[in-house]
Design a protein around this ligand. Structure first.
Ligand SMILES: [Zn+2]
Length: 70
């Protein structure tokens, strides 16, 4: 009985692999959206070089040309 439980656990881990791959694909599509430092929502999009805009709290702020952050 104990061995069977361990076996099902392994299968559970294997089933989790494809789900993680799907998540990675979704994250790749959302790469253009960044986390807002004000409302912490992933709704920040680059307006122009160094200018970013959050759709949630409607705030524009300066950042790096291609990525947010320091
Ligand atoms: Zn925001």
């Amino acid at each position: 009985m104990v061995k069977k439980t361990k076996g099902s656990g392994r299968f559970g881990a294997r089933y989790g692999a494809p789900l993680k791959r799907k998540r990675l694909n979704i994250e790749e599509k959302q790469k253009k959206l960044y986390e807002c430092p004000l409302c912490l929502k992933h709704s920040v999009k680059r307006v122009s070089s160094g200018i970013w805009h959050c759709h949630k709290c409607d705030t524009k702020f300066a950042g790096r040309a291609y990525t947010l952050g320091e």
